[in-house]
Design a protein around this ligand. Structure first.
Ligand SMILES: O=C(O)[C@H]1O[C@H](OP(=O)(O)OP(=O)(O)OC[C@H]2O[C@@H](n3ccc(=O)[nH]c3=O)[C@H](O)[C@@H]2O)[C@H](O)[C@@H](O)[C@@H]1O
Length: 350
């Protein structure tokens, strides 16, 4: 029997881990960090991740646009942790996967503090890559970093081409939206540099306009604006010219796409969005018909640098991930209406 060097011979086996620790060890074999997990897409992702009993989910959020309300059903759950944390500061924890979603996405929020927005994209992503590098180097499990990116913003007014992943973008570097657009571009560069230089496993999703329950009611984006306006009997404000297009993806489809990407072997970038394209006037007509046929539609001034057309080409997502969206706009809008009515306390007129 081996001596411990103090002439004391131990005959006792090492202590068994406590039943609590054992239970935790065997149940939760994937620790996942979701930055921005108290936000709109993040909180739906958390719901889905928590369905798997093998996942332990940690959310880091500074609550700038996210809210604890979105996570209230998980607070206190043994496999869930919530940290008030700003991703522009380093975070030292052990995780196996990172879904990095933290960043204000609505133009009114990101223009409110553009310096913070670009710091969130650049320094926030650096910090997450640093975390992935550290944990990847130390633990046996692979450490993945995932980064969400909206389509590179196009200011090509007459462009009517589909946006494939090879599109390099034509973004205004000095405009009011540049903090977001350029921040996302640099973040993608950082992701690939860490991947090439340090072997960090990465996934890049290019997320297109997403809608659904839990969007901030007054966050200024078009679907939430129109639905709140229709419920409050206020005119739907179509920004000129009204012929600009967007393609709207329901949040459950988005979350499934993000999880498929994480589970597969492709680094991306890969477009995740719904290719169904609508003009803002068509969207207003749909909201009017489905939610409040009495409501007026008016036109108002637009904001600078508003892209005129946006439609994802999702061939790659279909081929490589076997993913495509399922929820049609006309089915998703009523689901969002229900949530907005609950939160606004306004029920449907009889
Ligand atoms: O939802 C998103 O994912 C995206 O939202 C915004 O991008 P944008 O496409 O301009 O989103 P909205 O602000 O919802 O605007 C969409 C279109 O609706 C129009 N709009 C907006 C608000 C409104 O009340 N009425 C209206 O007609 C805008 O002029 C614009 O053409 C952000 O800039 C992106 O970062 C984000 O990815």
């Amino acid at each position: 029997m081996a001596s411990n060097g103090n002439n004391h011979v131990s005959t006792k086996p090492p202590p068994e881990p406590s039943p609590l620790r054992k239970a935790k060890f065997f149940q939760a074999n994937m620790r996942i960090l979701v930055t921005g997990g108290a936000g709109f897409i993040g909180s739906h992702l958390v719901d889905k991740l928590m369905e798997n009993e093998k996942n332990e989910v940690i959310v880091a959020d500074n609550y700038f646009t996210g809210s604890k309300d979105n996570l209230k059903k998980w607070i206190g759950h043994p496999r869930f942790e919530l940290i008030r944390h700003d991703v522009t500061e380093p975070l030292l924890i052990e995780v196996d996967q990172i879904y990095h979603l933290a960043c204000p996405a609505s133009p009114i929020f990101y223009k409110y503090n553009p310096v913070k927005t670009i710091k969130t994209n650049v320094i926030g992503t650096l910090n997450m890559l640093g975390l992935a590098k550290r944990t990847g180097a130390r633990s046996e499990s692979s450490s993945l970093c995932f980064y969400s990116h909206r389509l590179l913003r196009s200011t090509e007014i007459h462009s009517c081409t589909l946006k494939t992943e090879t599109y390099w973008g034509n973004a205004n570097p000095i405009g009011v939206r540049s903090c977001y657009d350029e921040g996302k571009r640099v973040a993608e560069t950082l992701m690939f540099d860490y991947h090439r230089q340090h072997g960090i496993e990465i996934r890049i999703a290019r997320i297109f306009n997403t809608y659904g329950p839990r969007m901030n009611i007054d966050d200024g984006r078009v679907v939430s604006n129109f639905i709140a306006q229709a419920i409050r009997d206020e005119p739907l404000t179509v920004q000129l010219p009204g012929t600009q297009t967007r393609s709207f993806c329901y949040v459950s489809d988005m979350v499934n796409g993000l999880m498929r990407l994480m589970a597969g072997d492709n680094t991306g970038p890969i477009n995740i969005g719904n290719p169904g394209e609508f003009t803002m006037l068509e969207l207003a007509e749909n909201v009017k018909e489905l939610i409040n046929p009495e409501v007026k539609i008016i036109t108002v001034e637009n904001t600078p640098d508003d892209p005129r057309q946006r439609k994802p080409d999702i061939t790659k997502a279909k081929e490589l991930l076997g993913w495509e969206p399922k929820v049609k706009l006309r089915d998703g809008l009523p689901l969002m209406e229900e949530d907005f009515r609950d939160r606004l306390g306004i029920s449907r007129k009889k």
